[in-house]
Design a protein around this ligand. Structure first.
Ligand SMILES: [Zn+2]
Length: 274
């Protein structure tokens, strides 16, 4: 399956079995629990904690709709070179998403270090209004706390080779289910990053925020222009360890408030230039 198929919600008969019992809601990491629906949903994040006020008061928030024709080609941008090497990682069920955490990494986007990557279902960002099945966030930090995210959108289709590497760990997280202490780390071993290094020759960039509390701003977002594919089974595997309400972990679109989306293209056609 490929081409124009947009986002469809995963349903239980497509590989995800029943929810954790309600008691599992007690086993969260932090004292403040945010969610994606109801009284802890995105509309209320800003009032759940004094640390979350940017979620309601911030003006440069994420996610956004990326309108291709309004993106400004910026010849000053550089290819998104990422010097990831194969590295040890652990998978963690963070309650609200599944994280692949890197411990001792030397990988960089320039001075940025990859700390973790995680997935959202369905996609948080849209392109020309189109929402996709999944969205991967690769979160990088500098020593002094600056954040940049490299994001990849996925539609359902052929399997994603990268995810084969953590298939067993995802199954184990799911099997542990509610018995697992949330936040327990499962070693994955060495993860080959080759797949995720590719595709930096064309990307969109804008300045936004973390798309989950505390909604920290001044996050540099880099979206690979090429939408990738993963199988429905892989998407189900990624969301299965999460409690039911977190299998839809996508924040609604935020206003652009005059922000500009830039485009880098290694082989540019004629476009609007900065
Ligand atoms: Zn994210």
């Amino acid at each position: 399956m490929s081409g124009g198929e947009g986002y469809q919600e995963l349903t239980e008969d497509e590989g995800i079995d029943g929810d954790c019992p309600e008691k599992c809601f007690l086993c969260c990491l932090d004292s403040v629990r945010f969610g994606y629906s109801g009284s802890t949903g995105p509309n209320y994040w800003g009032s759940l904690s004094p640390n979350f006020t940017l979620c309601s008061k911030g003006i440069n928030q994420s996610p956004i709709d990326i309108v291709k024709d309004e993106a400004i080609y910026n010849p000053q941008l550089e290819p998104l070179e990422r010097d990831y090497t194969a590295t040890n990682a652990t998978t963690v069920d963070n309650v609200f998403n599944i994280v692949l955490r890197y411990n001792d990494t030397a990988e960089t986007v320039k001075k940025y270090k990859l700390k973790q990557l995680h997935w959202h279902s369905p996609s948080e960002h849209t392109i020309n209004g189109e929402r996709f099945a999944m969205e991967l966030h690769m979160v990088h930090f500098t020593e002094d706390g600056n954040i940049t995210v490299v994001a990849i959108l996925y539609r359902y289709g052929k399997p994603d080779p990268f995810l084969f590497q953590i298939k067993e760990q995802l199954a184990e997280l799911h099997a542990k289910g509610c018995k697992a202490e949330k936040g327990d780390a499962l070693p994955v071993g060495v993860v080959d990053m080759t797949e995720l290094k590719q595709g930096g020759d064309r990307y969109y960039r804008y300045v936004g925020s973390l798309s989950a509390p505390p909604c920290t701003e001044n996050v540099i977002w880099n979206f690979l222009a090429e939408v990738r594919e993963m199988s429905k089974e892989q998407a189900a595997d990624l969301m299965a360890p999460l409690e039911g309400s977190y299998r839809h972990n996508s924040r609604p679109l935020q206003p652009l408030n005059g922000r500009m989306v830039q485009l880098y293209d290694k082989s540019p056609k004629i476009r609007k230039v900065m």
